[in-house]
Write a protein that binds this ligand. Structure first.
Ligand SMILES: CC(C)(COP(=O)(O)OP(=O)(O)OC[C@H]1O[C@@H](n2cnc3c(N)ncnc32)[C@H](O)[C@@H]1OP(=O)(O)O)[C@@H](O)C(=O)NCCC(=O)NCCS
Length: 172
């Protein structure tokens, strides 16, 4: 498995695997909201090229993760998502490799924190804690413990307040 930066040439395959990964019995692949979200994130001012990574297996892109610019109060930080692995490749460490790589890239870039909305059974293994325990407020209080944050080396207790995602998240 190779983890590398996404290039524009990867995008059709990324959108395809995101549709496959998020499709359910209730939501068909062509109605998965993460697809237009990701298209808008690729094109928005808050896209960060070093923080959009793909996992390539046997020459095919089978996983993707992206962090975009967000803010905790007035302090720049990262919003993570979507994260997706194509169904055939799930539960084989691909998601974990993408998470570990994007965390390392964010740390190397001097970012203070990564914030996300996700499964409480998955993200704590990477060090994520309830964002509220760090004084970071969710855009929607109903998200509760699903709204999580990972403090990085540059984090300090003065970084707190409401979290704001990149603009495309407001269109969900
Ligand atoms: C979530 C996802 C990215 C994980 O990728 P992956 O490559 O399957 O994950 P890994 O192989 O690294 O890790 C597998 C572990 O994650 C757990 N896991 C996978 N999906 C999970 C979920 N939705 N909730 C809780 N745990 C989950 C597995 O049980 C497994 O746990 P174990 O190691 O204790 O057995 C992938 O399942 C996926 O794309 N799902 C659909 C899209 C999605 O839900 N994205 C995340 C939105 S928050």
């Amino acid at each position: 498995m190779i983890i590398r930066n996404e290039t524009p040439a990867d995008r059709p395959r990324i959108l395809e695997l995101v549709a496959e990964a998020f499709a359910t019995d209730e939501v068909p692949a062509d109605e998965v909201v993460e697809v237009p979200l990701l298209q808008q994130l690729f094109d928005c001012a808050d896209y960060l090229p070093g923080l959009s990574l793909v996992a390539e297996l046997d020459g095919r892109v089978d996983g993707h993760v992206i962090c975009t610019r967000g803010w905790i109060g007035d302090v720049p930080a990262l919003g993570l998502g979507p994260l997706a692995v194509t169904p055939e490749a799930q539960r084989d460490g691909v998601g974990s490799a993408l998470m570990e790589s994007v965390i390392a890239a964010a740390e190397a870039a001097g970012e203070p924190a990564i914030v996300l909305l996700g499964h409480t059974g998955y993200y704590p293994r990477f060090g994520f804690v309830p964002a509220s325990s760090l004084g970071i407020e969710a855009p929607d209080a109903a998200w509760g413990g699903h709204f999580m944050a990972l403090p990085l080396a540059a984090f300090h207790s003065g970084i707190r307040g409401p979290f704001r995602y990149a603009e495309p998240f407001n269109n969900l």
